[in-house]
Design a protein around this ligand. Structure first.
Ligand SMILES: Cc1cc2nc3c(=O)[nH]c(=O)nc-3n(C[C@H](O)[C@H](O)[C@H](O)COP(=O)(O)OP(=O)(O)OC[C@H]3O[C@@H](n4cnc5c(N)ncnc54)[C@H](O)[C@@H]3O)c2cc1C
Length: 370
């Protein structure tokens, strides 16, 4: 029922704009408005803070169905979860009330600022600093690759509070777009998810009250990693959605396209490709849903399952979308058909929230027990 409701909304209000959003590399405002109107922009926010209190599996289904028609738009619910989960997991009650309520109402989106120009896979190498000054912290530094930067009102920012302690010297803060000293770089010119703005966030002597720290000093990195355990499941969902969109389109196309006097769907070579695509997609979906259940329960093996779902589903999405282009022949290679956009969009799922090499490092360090 949930899936049907989101699918109709996505097809009616988001899909019609997906090609133009990509072509013009512009924020999908229509999608944000439709998601907010239907209360689907940040479904993970607990009911106690005015949200819908959707569990991890329901959240995954929302993201999957939006990604099926427009990957850029699916980053609205996905990054609202990524940005705000540190507050939900580790923030004070006051911080939760202050920031989850406007997020739930649709009055502001949340972004997540971990990466820096010289600190990507090795995020502990970050240089952004937060220095205590009485009842305030003063933040200075550059965060890079920040999804929805400029559009979001709120930013979870990771910064070094004690350089001698490496990961235990990193703390998390909520920074607001309107804080003095916050500014943004030009949008990155990307291969895919062109409708989702990715920009640098500059922090120039940003002075914020000390109670905007999320959790205790020095716990920020642990919170950031715990967050990723949960949200990698949402990237897996995004990958599943993109792949489903490509498979659905290709399935329809091969029935219509005729060569050698019959629909190309009649050729066994085509049928075998579709069978492989559907098999990989279903395996990715099952792993994603199983990881979502673990996320909801907070199981001890979530780290492995979050990483494996994201890694497997994104690799599958890349293969499935590439095969979808193949099934459309030369037409698939043009912007007149959506599968080339889906193939470009799928690529990012192998890169962000940790590249798939990093996921393999995470899995190897957290192999499930016997
Ligand atoms: C569109 C987009 C949106 C993003 N959104 C956000 C966001 O909202 N917030 C945020 O904080 N970050 C975001 N990121 C950043 C993203 O998470 C990083 O790009 C990613 O973690 C990789 O870091 P890097 O680009 O610096 O690559 P590097 O770390 O420089 O890696 C380069 C290559 O080396 C490989 N590599 C690195 N270390 C190892 C190793 N130990 N073993 C094997 N291979 C290794 C990598 O896998 C990769 O192939 C986004 C990135 C993009 C492109």
């Amino acid at each position: 029922m949930l899936r049907d409701a989101i699918r109709s909304l996505a097809e009616a209000k988001i899909a019609p704009h997906a090609a133009l959003v990509d072509e013009e590399a512009r924020f999908p405002r229509e999608a944000l408005d439709a998601l907010v109107a239907a209360d689907l922009h940040a479904v993970h926010v607990p009911e106690s803070y005015g949200g819908s209190g959707a569990d991890a599996l329901a959240t995954v289904i929302v993201i999957e169905e939006v990604a099926r028609v427009c990957a850029s738009s699916s980053l609205i619910p996905a990054v609202n979860k990524l940005g705000s989960l540190p507050v939900i997991l580790s923030g004070s009650e006051d911080l939760k009330k202050k920031y989850m309520m406007p997020l739930a109402k649709g009055d502001g989106m949340f972004s997540y600022c971990l990466s820096e120009p010289d600190a990507g896979s090795d995020a502990v190498g970050m240089k952004t600093k937060a220095v205590r000054d009485g009842d305030f912290y003063v933040l200075n530094g550059v965060k890079r690759w920040i999804t929805n930067a400029g559009e979001s009102q709120y930013y979870t920012v990771l910064a070094v509070t004690d350089p001698s302690k490496r990961s235990k010297g990193i703390s998390a803060f909520v920074v607001e777009k309107s804080d003095e000293g916050v500014s943004f770089g030009a949008p990155e010119r990307k291969l895919g998810i062109k409708g989702s703005p990715t920009r640098e966030v500059y922090l120039d002597n940003v002075r914020i009250p000390a109670d905007r720290m999320i959790g205790a000093e020095g716990t920020g990195f642990a919170t950031a990693m715990k967050t990723l355990d949960h949200t990698r499941v949402t990237i897996a969902a995004q990958a599943v959605g993109i792949a489903q969109g490509a498979l659905d389109y290709a399935k329809g196309y091969v029935q219509e396209r005729k060569q050698f006097g019959k629909p190309i769907a009649d050729f066994q070579g085509i049928q075998f490709m579709l069978a492989d695509m559907a098999m990989k997609l279903e395996a990715a979906r099952q792993l994603t849903y199983s990881a979502a259940a673990k996320s909801e329960r907070g199981d001890s093996d979530l780290t492995f399952f979050g990483a494996s779902a994201k890694c497997f589903a994104s690799d599958a999405a890349m293969e499935i979308t590439t095969d979808a282009v193949q099934l459309l022949g030369g037409y698939g290679y043009t912007r007149d058909y959506p599968v080339e956009r889906m193939m470009r969009d799928a690529k990012i799922t192998q890169l962000y929230e940790g590249t798939n090499q990093v996921q393999r490092i995470v899995m190897a360090r957290n192999l499930p027990g016997a």
